[in-house]
Design a protein. Sequence first.
Length: 255
Amino acid sequence: MEGVFVEKVDLGEIVHLLYSNKELLKSPLVIICHGWNKDKYECSNLALNLALQGYSVICFDSDSHGERNDGNAQSMDSHSRFIKRVTQVIKQNANDIDTLIKHYQEDIRIDPSRIALVGISMGALSTFYSLTQNNQIKVAVPILGSPDFVGLEKFALKADSDNKTFNEDEKLAIRYMKEIDPCLYLLENESRPMLIINGERDDWVPAKFAKDFFEKVKSKYDKNNTEIAFNLADESHYFSNDMRDHTICWLNKHL
């Protein structure tokens, strides 16, 4: 597309695409985290639309995904091992985001005072978690995710029965999620502009977790005179064009 330059960059192990406008300097930066079993190309449509509006955008491969896929993401012999791997990828995403911000903060194309983080599905979980780790992120848009990691894991395990008794492997999986669960920290400390988007028909990540969080934290945002919004889309676990457009409007307003 005219005016947009897309560059593939290897920053150590962090393989990413940088979308930028050739004619702009000191543009706001949007970092996008993809979902499980996806890669840096998942949000290319969103990235291109943002770049056309003057943003610089980074889409990176999460650990064990895309060009960093070593097969370890799928070769799990128990549920707890799988969840442990998920939590490792989420934590590594936060580290990678920090590395990317530090690397590009001196780049003349980017304004390091205007950085947003957008995440889809697992990327949304990474977004919630990264907010507990990085104060350079100014705006966040978690999509199809949950800030309540433990609640989400228990929901997944109880999919067949609300009265289910957890076995030892399942208890271990819950413990792994609890170790990085950002919900309490965010409820007590978070006030940066945030748009939370979930699907009303999402059976994988039910909207109730994000909605409950929004309702609990909104009064704190009001007191801080900052804005948080919850958008419930008529979708399943799918990133739609309408979600894309809401994301762009939010970033235009707050970044």
